[in-house]
Design a protein around this ligand. Structure first.
Ligand code: 3UK
Length: 515
């Protein structure tokens, strides 16, 4: 059943997640630990207010979009909530994408301001001339090029006092982009009450997040998953968040755990598999969480044997903001996604939207009040995904007698690689543009840890010969064109691809192979 949040008619998420901590006496409590720096809730509030006032100074109003392209540092919560506090709408952008992806995000969203980490500024050079709506670029954590504005200039003379904008629970609050197998990414428009719904359901009832927790998410804040883990769960109870701006490798993650001693740790299956291969300990961690893709039972078993800490696998989505089916510390079935989180409802249906019996596979529909309001400017996709109170997750699931849910695959061809979407169609279009490639098909294959990675079947043009050198060349080619994690880990050269009588690729015949 759904739960009532009972939020007042005037409600602003920045007031709820930041100001309330100060009002409740936590001004001096540490909100964020990042490398050797720490910030209290009072400092986060002052920084947030200064950024809100800075945005107002640029003429940004309620409902204007503010794009954030930021590494995980203490700037993140201040910029995110600074925008929300004035009623503007932050868009958390993935930092791993290519210039043309950013061109799309910025033009599609019509963001008027971009707040960008100095370390990422180079991606903007090739696209600056094609930006249609962006008016201001503010550079944080480093110096600004002459065409942008430094953070110091942006906040110069700005007050650290700010009244929240008169938003309500159903106003737009933040966007996250979600990618599909074909077509452009879709901006999921989340409302002011959505984060509170996730807190009252998964946050409090599954994680049991509390004031003395220290939350460390290796999954970055720009993912819907990381945003809850590292930002609004800890901030909902005045806990502490640990931010790590560098890439999550086993070494950087173990080192951050050693240094800041988190109590809750959030990762994706690929990272858990890699951490099992490396030295390190988890002292102080009371629970680990996995999401983004299914956690193989064997990784969970080996993790518990070595660290004596459970990993609670749960499924969430960008559209639903966070996790809606999950295992929990005291209820775990390895290989399952767990049970429906209190506050959500689930239905497994056939192609006529009729519920299927226990044990039978169908499409997973979810109901719950953290579902985004729509995809921005994508009416057809909105209608086919959001079905009244329900959302079609496009995931195939079955349920057992005890109410545990088991993931069996996607309804479409999308792959989850290291917890991030990869569209096989996008990788294929990239490969086909290489002069040696005549035809190709990209499918999911599993590595030795049973984790999914892209695999390419390639028919070469006459005059080109298969072999290790060609394989390397094609892999490198994809790496230069697309986000790095999308490149095919295995390449198989074939004489022809399996096709149906009508010439449609029989993708299922290639799928499911070992890499
Ligand atoms: C897949 C899973 C099996 C599934 C996310 C936690 O991953 C998140 O959001 P995305 O929009 O992707 C959603 C899709 O990913 N998936 C996610 N978790 C699992 N499949 N087991 C899992 N545990 O296909 C789902 O539809 O990137 C995860 C919290 C918030 C999130 N947005």
């Amino acid at each position: 059943m759904g739960i009532e949040l009972g939020l007042p008619e005037q409600f602003n998420a920045a007031d709820y997640f930041v100001d309330r901590n100060v009002r409740e006496g936590r001004a001096d409590k540490v909100a964020v630990l990042c490398e050797d720096r720490s910030l209290t809730y009072g400092q986060v509030q002052a920084g947030m207010n200064r950024i809100g006032n800075g945005l107002k100074g640029l003429g940004i109003h309620m409902e204007d979009r503010v794009a954030l392209l930021l590494l995980d540092t203490e700037v993140y919560p201040q910029a995110f909530f600074g925008a929300i506090k004035i009623g503007a709408v932050p868009i958390c952008l993935n930092t791993l994408m290519r210039p043309k992806d950013y061109l799309y995000f910025l033009n599609d969203s019509r963001a008027r301001v971009l707040i960008i980490d100095a370390a990422l500024i180079d991606v903007f050079d090739p696209i600056r001339k094609d930006l249609r709506f962006l008016e201001h670029t503010i550079v944080v954590n480093g110096s600004a090029p002459e065409w942008a504005m430094s953070f110091d200039r942006f906040v110069e003379g700005k007050s650290s006092e700010l009244e929240p904008a008169p938003t309500g629970p159903d106003d737009s609050c933040f966007w996250l982009y979600s990618s599909g197998s074909t077509g452009a990414p879709k901006g999921a428009v989340h409302l002011q009450h959505d984060m509170v719904y996730c807190v009252e359901t998964y946050g409090k009832q599954v994680l049991g997040v509390r004031e003395d927790d220290i939350c460390f998410s290796a999954a970055k804040l720009f993912f819907a998953y990381g945003l809850g883990n590292g930002l609004y769960f800890p901030f909902s109870v005045g806990a502490t968040a640990v931010y790590m701006p560098v890439r999550p490798t086993p070494a950087s993650v173990y080192e951050t755990i050693r240094r800041h001693r988190p109590t809750l740790f959030f990762g994706v299956p690929t990272l858990y598999a890699a951490m099992l291969q490396a030295e390190g300990s988890l002292d102080g961690v009371r629970l680990c969480v996995s999401a983004g893709e299914a956690l193989p039972a064997d990784i969970l078993r080996r993790w518990f044997e070595r660290h004596h800490v459970q990993i609670a696998d749960g499924i969430g989505s960008t559209e639903i903001a966070h996790i809606f089916i999950s295992n929990s510390a005291d209820s775990i079935k390895p290989g399952s996604s767990g049970k429906v989180v209190p506050g959500y409802e689930a239905k497994i249906v056939d192609e006529n939207f009729q519920e299927v019996p226990v044990g039978e596979i169908g499409t997973l529909l979810i109901k719950g009040d953290s579902i985004c309001s729509c995809y921005w400017n994508k009416h057809e996709k909105t209608k086919s995904t959001f079905l009244g109170e329900w959302i079609n997750t496009d995931d195939k699931y079955y349920r057992d007698e005890e109410g545990f849910y088991y993931y069996v695959g996607r309804s479409n061809d999308m792959l989850k690689v290291g917890g991030i979407w990869v569209s096989p169609v996008e990788v294929e279009s990239c490969l086909i543009a290489h002069p040696a490639v005549f035809e190709c098909a990209v499918v999911a294959a599993t590595d030795k840890e049973n984790l999914v990675k892209p695999k390419a079947f390639i028919v070469l043009k006459p005059g080109y010969s298969p072999g290790l050198q060609m394989e390397e060349e094609l892999k490198n080619y994809v790496k230069t064109q697309l986000a790095h994690y999308k490149f095919p880990r295995w390449i198989v050269f074939v004489d022809e691809l399996p096709k149906t009588a009508t010439g449609k690729l029989k993708r299922f015949e290639l799928r499911g192979s070992k890499g």
